[in-house]
Design a protein. Structure first.
Ligand code: SF4
Length: 371
């Protein structure tokens, strides 16, 4: 059975009931355990754990220093295209949105690379909308070859692909692929995804399996927090992660925590709100239960929130992000996927980390060890 099939057999209501039934005693035993499992994760994200946040934060911080030292890796997204053949009600790139569509040429990508390198970055995340016919494998392979020559780490966030396609991308220099399930609640998923291949919940759910089979070095997971009840969605994400770690143990993993942000033409109805305090609880729970997993925070969050939360558990941070194609060489907000909160420059973010006793890291050292 694949990880996706195993996940499909897990009932949303059972998980929700299990986590909302966790007690103070469950939280205390989860905190005391030297190695924690999925049931501990449920306890630590439950309402019962809210009163233990200072203890969770202290333990998460200690574990982060133990595993990652004071390092925080910096990366930047490079949007290649905003073409999309899907209708997602929460996204500015959704097919029916009347925005100017563009796909960067190789010459335009080179200009973006030049502007990004000038900011000091050595780690990049290539992002596209999901349009298989107009931005597919041929385009990705050309872009990866061009961009990888300038960066020590290259991640991608594009439409779900086949195992063979992931093998080809890995061979071309892709180090990491991020694919977010958005929500693990099937009925809600259908409400938010109205047209296009993204409507296929199972194809998306099985994407990390295909990445694992392809031997991708790193696999990134996440749910778009707010699309469904956030604690249950997070419980499913953590279960997904845990099962993948067991099955595809040669890959590394990362988790991100995107909260829904306003965007052009936004028609999404959020089903839950995640407060700042709850997001900190979630991030700390991940660190306590998955000490080796890379936890990532984007510029969706405000400078104050990022400055205070990063020292606790985060070891990957985007900075100076533009969420529209061509945004670094010709900045404009007209085409952006969502609005960012932290608009500081890369140097300002790095200086803020240094002021908190952290070491901003621009490069990927693993290359030096030949992976
Ligand atoms: S979330 Fe992705 S697939 Fe959906 S509309 Fe936006 S870019 Fe397209």
């Amino acid at each position: 059975m694949t990880v996706a099939e195993e996940l499909s057999r897990t009932d949303w209501d059972d998980v929700r009931l299990a986590l909302f039934s966790k007690t103070t005693t469950d939280v205390m035993s989860a905190l005391q355990r030297p190695a924690r499992h999925w049931q501990d994760f449920l306890a630590l994200i439950s309402p019962a754990a809210e009163a233990f946040l200072p203890d969770m934060a202290a333990k998460a911080k200690a574990l982060t220093r133990q595993r990652f030292g004071h390092t925080v890796s910096l990366f930047v997204p490079l949007y290649l295209s905003n073409l999309c053949a899907n209708e997602c009600t929460y996204c500015g790139f959704t097919m029916s949105n009347k925005i100017k569509r563009t796909k960067l040429t190789m010459a335009e990508i080179s200009e973006e690379v030049y502007a990004i390198k000038k900011m000091g970055f050595d780690s990049v995340l290539l992002v596209t909308g999901e349009h298989e016919t107009k931005a597919g494998m041929d385009y990705f392979l050309q872009a990866v070859e061009l961009v990888k020559a300038h960066f020590s780490h290259l991640a991608m966030e594009v439409q779900p692909l086949s195992t063979d396609e992931y093998r080809a991308l890995a061979a071309a220099g892709t180090d990491s692929v991020l694919v977010y399930q958005e929500t693990y609640h099937r009925a809600h998923y259908a409400e938010y995804h109205l047209r296009g291949r993204k409507q296929d919940f199972d194809w998306r759910l099985a994407t990390p399996d295909r990445l694992g089979e392809a031997g991708m070095n790193k696999i990134g997971l996440g749910a778009l927090l707010g699309l469904s009840e956030w604690r249950t969605d997070s419980a499913f994400t953590a279960l997904h992660l845990s099962l993948l770690q067991q099955r595809y143990w040669k890959s590394r993993y990362s988790v991100a925590f995107p909260r829904i942000k306003p965007c052009a033409g936004d028609q999404a109805t959020q089903k839950s709100q995640v407060s700042d305090k709850q997001l900190i609880q979630l991030i700390c729970a991940y660190r306590l239960c998955f000490p080796e997993v890379e936890l990532s925070l984007s510029t969706r969050e405000s400078p104050a929130f990022r400055d205070n939360v990063v020292p606790l558990a985060i070891n990957q941070l985007s900075a100076a992000s533009q969420t529209q194609p061509g945004g670094y060489s010709a900045p404009t907000t007209a085409l952006e996927q969502f609005s960012t909160e932290d608009t500081r420059s890369a140097n300002e973010v790095a200086n803020s980390l240094t002021a908190r006793g952290l070491d901003p890291v621009w490069t990927d050292w693993l290359n030096a060890f030949g992976r």
